[in-house]
Design a protein around this ligand. Structure first.
Ligand SMILES: [Zn+2]
Length: 76
């Protein structure tokens, strides 16, 4: 939907992440990706969180559900 929040999914065991704010990326198409990334932390007991990029855009972070058995990440 237009104006919807960006959602970033992190792996089930990640406690910190680096994400790209898509809104910032659009603003900085000439400057590359470096200016649009931001880092955050999400404790293991939290399934999701809401973060702000350095420009204040809201980005929702969701933890991927943990899978029983192998701990391989199957990021497509
Ligand atoms: Zn942003």
């Amino acid at each position: 939907m237009v104006g919807g929040r960006q959602v970033v999914t992190i792996t089930s065991r990640a406690t910190s992440f680096t994400a790209v704010c898509e809104l910032c990326a659009e603003l900085e198409t000439g400057a590359g990706w470096a200016g649009s990334t931001f880092a955050g932390q999400l404790d293991l007991d939290l399934g999701h969180g809401t973060f702000l990029c350095r420009r204040g855009h809201t980005v929702r972070v969701e933890r991927a559900p943990s899978r029983a058995g192998t701990a391989t990440s199957a990021a497509a």
